[in-house]
Write a protein that binds this ligand. Structure first.
Ligand code: ADP
Ligand code: MG
Length: 717
C-alpha cells in the first residue's frame, strides 16, 4: 500500500514515495541477493530497496520524481550483470506465496539433465581419465566441462570489479591444485562443489515450497449466486454485496456475513485455534476458514485483495523486508570475513616458505584448502530462510509478526505491559446495578444506550446491549468521545454527559461515593446528575495462566495499565498475579507510564505492550514491540501494531515468545555449527591435516545442513 501525501520540496509540489514490487525468479544465492539489494539501493531516486530472499520479492520505495520504467530497466541491468540467469518480473500483490509453491514443487528430470549436461559430460570424461590413467589433456577437458560455469562466472565478476566471491575462491583453489599437478583432486573438488550447489539450490527451493504450502490458505474461486443459478467464478470477479455459496469441506474464499444455513467453521489456519466455531445467521465469516458441516450462503464483504487471507499473506510476505539485526550483522560480517580469509590464505602460502624455508607446494595446497573454507554461504542463506520460516510458523499459531526484527526482539522481552479492558478482561461488560435518581431504571438505560450508541468502546457496546430495543440513530444530534473518560452527546433535546469519576470531576459534578466492585458509569442529563450504573467485566479464562507462563518463558516483570478505577484494577491485578498496576490513567498517561517503564529496563531488555487497540494505539506505537490482540477484524490495530494476535487470548503472546526463542536458537545453532566446522577445518588445513574435500564439505555440506535446520522453525516449538 503506498501512502500519498503532499509535501513541498523547494517550491515543487510532489507526492512522496510510491512502491514497486518485482520478482526475481531463479535466484538461489543469498550472497548475490545481498549484492543486488546493495546495488539497487545505490540507484538514484530510490528511497529504500529490500530483497526478500525467501519470497524472491524485491520491494522498492521510489521517490515520486523518478519514472518507474526507468528504474525497472536499471534494476534489470544490475541483475543481468550479477546473476544473468535470474528473471526480473513485475508482480501482482499477494501472488507470491502461491507462485512459490507452484514453481518450486515441480522437479523434472528433463530440465535437470538439460541444465547439467556439461557437468554430466565432464563427469563421464573424468571417470574415463581416472580408470585409463589418461594424459593431462583428458583431465583438463573434464575440468573445463565441470568447472566451466564457475570459471566463467569468476572471470565475469572480476571484470565487474567483484573479486572474493565463492566462484573466485573455487577457481583459485582448483587452478592452484592443477598447478601442483593434482589434476584428479582439482576436478573432484570442482565436481563436489557443483553437485553441492545443485543440492543447495533444491534445498532452498524445497524450503520455499514448504513455507508456501503452510501459508496456502487462499482459494481462487467461489460459487456466486446469480440470476441464472450458481456459477463458479474467480474471486476477483465477485463484487461486494453479492452472495456466495460455500459447500461443506470447502474453504471460504472471501469475508462476509452468513445469511443462510449454519455450520461449524474451522478457523485454525487463521487463529491457530483448533476448536471449531459454530456460526449461524448474521455471524461474520472470515476468508480462509473451512466450512466443516452445513451448506452456507455468505454475503460478501471483502474483495479478493482486502480479504482476511489476502491481508495475512501480504503481511507475512512483507515481514521479512524488515531485516533482523542478526541478518544485517551477517551481511556485514561476510563483507569483512571473506577478504580477511583471503589475506590469511596468502600468509599461509607465503610466510612458511619465505621465512622458514618450507616447501612451497605443501603450503600452497594448505592455503588453497584454507581459501575454500572461507565461503560464508551457509550463514548468508540459512538466516533469512530461518526468520521467514519462523514468521510462517508463528502465523500458523495465529501470531502475525510484522518483521524479522520483531521476531528477534520478542526473545528479549523483559517487561510485558497489558492494557486491562478487552485484553486481560473479556471487555464484555454486564450491567449489574442501575441507580437512577429521579429517573426510572429503564429510562436511565435507554438514555445511556443512546448516548453510547456511536462508540466502539467495549463499555459502550455492553451498555447498548443492555438496552434491548433498537436505537434510532437519527436522534443523535452531537457526539464527542472523551478518550479514557466517557462521552458528551446530545440526544434529541437532551444534553448527556456519561462516563467515569474523572469526567464528572472535569465538569464539577457532585457524585456519591460508590462501594460496589466494578466499573462505575455516571450520567448527567441537562446538567442534572441522574445517577450511576455499575458494570462488571470478567477476566478471560486464560489470562492468569498466560501471565504465569510468561514468567516461565523468561519475562521478568508484568504490568497492567488501565483507565479504570483503582479498586477494580487492584482486584484484577491480585487475581491474575500481576506485579505492578497503574490505574485511572488517560491514554496519554499510559504512554508516560510506558516511557518510565522503558527507562527501567536492563540494557538488553525489551518492553512489549499488549492492547486491544481501543484508546491505546499511541502506546502500541511507543513500546519496543506493540502487540494488538484480536486484531483479525480491525484495520487500526493491525496498522499500529508490530505483532498481531489473531486469537482474542493473551496466551498468544506466550506462543509468540516461544516461537521467537525457537527461531533464534535454530539460528544460533546454524551460526555456531557453520563457524565451528569452518574454523576447525581452517586450523586443520594449516597443520596439513585437512584435504580439499573437507574444505568443500565445510562450505556446501554445512550450507545444506543449516538450511534444513532453519526449516524446523516452521514447526511448533
Ligand atoms: P482500559 O485502560 O481499561 O482499557 P480505557 O482507557 O479504554 O480503559 O477507559 C478508561 C475508563 O474510561 C473506563 O473504565 C470508563 O470508566 C471510562 N470510559 C471510557 N470510554 C467510555 C465510554 N464510552 N462510556 C463510558 N465510560 C467510558
Ligand atoms: Mg482499552
Amino acid at each position: 500500500m503506498s501512502k500519498y501525501s503532499l509535501i513541498l520540496v523547494g517550491g515543487i509540489t510532489m507526492k512522496d514515495s510510491s512502491e514497486l514490487k518485482l520478482k526475481l525468479t531463479g535466484l538461489s544465492c543469498a550472497n548475490c541477493a545481498n549484492k543486488i539489494e546493495a546495488k539497487v539501493n545505490q540507484l538514484k531516486g530510490i528511497e529504500e530497496a529490500n530483497l526478500n530472499f525467501s519470497t524472491l520479492q524485491l520491494a522498492v520505495k521510489l521517490q515520486e520524481t523518478v519514472i518507474k520504467e526507468e528504474v525497472i530497466d536499471q534494476i534489470k541491468k544490475i541483475v543481468q550483470e550479477l546473476e544473468p540467469d535470474v528473471l526480473v518480473e513485475g508482480e501482482t500483490l499477494g501472488s507470491d506465496i502461491h507462485s512459490l509453491k507452484k514453481k518450486n514443487k515441480s522437479f523434472s528430470w528433463k530440465d535437470f539433465l538439460s541444465q547439467n549436461k556439461w557437468l554430466l559430460g565432464g563427469m563421464f570424461l573424468f571417470v574415463i581419465a581416472i580408470t585409463t590413467n589418461a594424459n593431462v589433456g583428458l583431465y583438463l577437458m573434464a575440468y573445463f566441462l565441470i568447472g566451466g560455469k564457475v570459471l566463467w562466472t569468476a572471470a565475469r565478476n572480476i571484470k565487474g570489479g567483484r573479486v572474493f566471491d565463492e566462484n573466485f575462491l573455487m577457481t583459485i583453489a582448483t587452478l592452484g591444485a592443477i598447478f601442483l599437478g593434482e589434476y584428479a583432486e582439482a576436478i573432484a573438488v570442482m565436481l563436489f562443489y557443483e553437485v553441492g550447489e545443485i543440492f543447495q539450490h533444491y534445498a532452498v527451493n524445497r524450503s520455499r515450497a514448504s513455507i508456501g504450502d503452510l501459508l496456502d490458505i487462499r482459494v481462487n474461486s467461489g460459487h456466486l449466486v446469480t440470476a441464472e443459478g450458481v456459477k463458479t467464478v474467480a474471486i476477483e470477479e465477485i463484487p461486494l454485496g453479492e452472495v456466495i455459496v460455500v459447500k461443506p469441506g470447502e474453504r471460504v474464499p472471501l469475508d462476509g456475513v452468513l445469511i443462510s444455513g449454519e455450520s461449524e467453521l474451522d478457523t485454525s489456519a487463521l487463529t491457530g485455534e483448533s476448536m471449531l466455531r459454530y456460526a449461524t445467521l448474521g455471524d461474520e465469516i472470515l476468508a480462509g476458514s473451512i466450512n466443516t458441516s452445513g451448506l452456507i450462503k455468505v454475503r460478501v464483504q471483502s474483495t479478493a485483495a482486502t480479504s482476511t487471507v489476502a491481508r495475512i499473506l501480504e503481511m507475512v510476505e512483507n515481514a521479512s523486508n524488515k531485516k533482523a539485526t542478526t541478518e544485517r550483522f551477517i551481511t556485514k560480517f561476510c563483507r569483512i570475513y571473506t577478504p580477511a580469509v583471503v589475506l590469511g590464505a596468502i600468509l599461509v602460502a607465503l610466510v612458511p616458505p619465505l621465512f622458514l624455508g618450507a616447501d612451497f607446494s605443501i603450503w600452497l595446497y594448505r592455503a588453497l584448502v584454507f581459501l575454500v573454507v572461507s565461503c560464508p554461504c551457509a550463514l548468508v542463506v540459512s538466516i533469512p530462510l530461518g526468520f521467514f520460516a519462523g514468521i510462517g510458523g508463528a502465523s500458523k499459531l495465529g501470531v502475525l509478526v510484522k518483521g524479522a526484527n520483531y521476531l528477534e526482539l520478542l526473545n528479549q522481552v523483559e517487561t510485558v505491559v497489558f492494557d486491562k479492558t478487552g485484553t486481560l478482561t473479556k471487555g464484555s461488560f454486564v450491567v449489574s446495578e442501575v441507580h437512577g435518581i429521579g429517573i426510572s431504571q429503564s429510562a436511565f438505560i435507554k438514555l445511556a444506550a443512546y448516548a453510547e450508541s456511536q462508540s466502539n468502546h467495549p463499555i459502550a457496546k455492553s451498555i447498548v446491549q443492555a438496552y434491548i430495543s433498537t436505537i434510532d440513530t437519527t436522534k443523535i444530534v452531537r457526539y464527542d468521545e472523551i478518550a479514557g473518560k466517557g462521552i458528551k452527546t446530545q440526544v434529541d433535546q437532551d444534553q448527556i454527559l456519561i462516563g467515569n469519576e474523572s469526567l464528572m470531576g472535569q465538569y464539577q459534578v457532585d457524585i456519591p461515593s460508590v462501594e460496589s466492585m466494578g466499573t462505575v458509569i455516571h450520567m448527567v442529563v441537562n446538567e442534572e446528575y441522574r445517577g450511576y450504573m455499575v458494570i462488571r467485566d470478567e477476566v478471560k479464562a486464560t489470562s492468569k495462566a498466560a501471565i504465569a507462563q510468561l514468567k516461565q518463558v523468561g519475562v521478568k516483570h508484568v504490568v497492567m495499565l488501565t483507565g479504570d478505577r483503582t479498586a477494580v484494577a487492584e482486584q484484577v491485578a491480585a487475581d491474575l498475579g500481576i506485579d505492578e498496576v497503574h490505574s485511572q490513567l488517560l491514554p496519554h498517561e499510559k504512554v508516560e507510564q510506558v516511557e518510565l517503564l522503558l527507562k527501567r529496563l536492563s540494557p538488553k531488555g525489551r518492553l512489549a505492550f499488549v492492547g486491544d487497540g481501543m484508546n491505546d494505539a499511541p502506546v502500541l506505537a511507543r513500546a519496543d514491540i506493540g502487540v494488538a490482540m484480536g486484531g483479525i477484524g480491525s484495520d487500526a490495530a493491525i496498522e499500529a501494531a508490530d505483532v498481531v494476535l489473531m486469537k482474542d487470548d493473551p496466551m498468544g503472546l506466550v506462543d509468540a515468545i516461544q516461537k521467537s526463542q525457537q527461531t533464534t536458537n535454530i539460528l544460533y545453532q546454524n551460526v555456531g555449527f557453520a563457524l565451528g566446522i569452518k574454523s576447525l577445518v581452517m586450523v586443520l588445513s594449516i597443520f596439513g591435516m585437512a584435504t580439499m574435500w573437507m574444505a568443500v564439505f565445510s562450505d556446501v555440506g554445512v550450507t545444506i545442513l543449516t538450511i534444513m535446520n532453519s526449516i524446523r522453525a516452521l514447526r511448533r516449538p
